[in-house]
Design a protein around this ligand. Sequence first.
Ligand code: NAD
Ligand code: TDX
Length: 332
Amino acid sequence: MKKLLVTGGAGFIGSNFVRHVLDNTDQHVTVLDKLTYAGNETSLGGLPDERFRFVQGDIVDAAIVEKLVSDTDAVVHYAAESHNDNSLQDPWPFLETNIIGTYTLLEAARKHNKRFHHISTDEVYGDLELDDPERFTDLTPYNPSSPYSSTKASSDLLVRAWVRSFGLQATISNCSNNYGPYQHVEKFIPRQISNVIDGIRPKLYGSGENVRDWIHANDHSSAVLTILEHGRIGETYLIGADGEKNNKDVVELILTMMGEPADGYDHVVDRPGHDLRYAIDSTKLRRELGWTAKFADFESGLASTIEWYRNNEAWWRPQKAATEAKYLALGR
Ligand code: NAD
Ligand code: TDX
């Protein structure tokens, strides 16, 4: 493969993957991104012109999708509406982008017989009890809770159907919660870091007992490239780095690392339908494809993420006030 089309490459994880590919391979990358409120072209600054191209456009637009897919060797599909809280306020953009957009890409990949990798989430499996000894595997039944996760589950099922019915050369990955630089300040970790910088007390939904399985975005990117290059067609790989932590512990860690008292946060009204716990068993990816996480130490990854937000206020500042205004209206 010489040419990759990366959808959603101006977002948090997509931009990380683009940098990872350009740094570690000789491939050429075209990004197709609508630049919604979540997209930021400056996340792709300083990339080599001769191997990188940015196209602003919508994955629901069949004409632009077909043109770009016909001119690539493989598609890596990150573009999505990605925030659970937004999906509870207005589900429609999630149906449009996550379902119709994925369908539009699949049809173009089918017509032009292109390799396809679909990026998805562990949220398609629903949630686990805190004491459940089992973790999610690719055999766990789908049981999504939110409009966001149900549209991601729908998109996964479309990919599976295109593999089985049309022989599409596709793989799927379902990853746990990512953290790292360039994440929108609507998400948990950057919201709390930027709150502390602004002298606002961090906001914990409900009791804060909810567990997320954290992985650094750099590890997600290396796993996706491994699957794209070596994954078996038709297979689903779960990506995780054994990073389970409850939200309360993460907030307290952020406060302590930023020199504030560990109890300097507020409990706010819970998210409706809030998933209790996610946990990934990534044995298949590790054993079959030999992938390992390099940034598995959460505390040092968090410290460098805090440092990045301190040093890159110009990147996140334009989004902060509007994001907090939306949360204020929800009482969160
Ligand atoms: P993000 O919201 O930061 O970025 C999404 C990007 O997609 C933005 O650049 C946006 O402009 C673009 N986009 C949205 N709608 C589009 C459309 N119709 N056409 C073209 N571009 C469009 O999201 P993220 O956190 O980087 O997530 C990327 C992918 O990874 C998503 O598919 C998400 O479901 C998946 N994922 C995320 C996480 C996580 O922890 N953030 C974990 C597992 C999987
Ligand atoms: O202010 C907050 N306070 C809080 O307690 C926010 C924004 C969140 N939370 C909680 C809710 C979750 O339990 O923190 C946890 C993480 O919240 P989010 O960052 O919104 O992530 P989550 O809902 O877990 O979903 C994320 O991981 C899976 C991504 O946003 C999804 O795109 C991905 O699929």
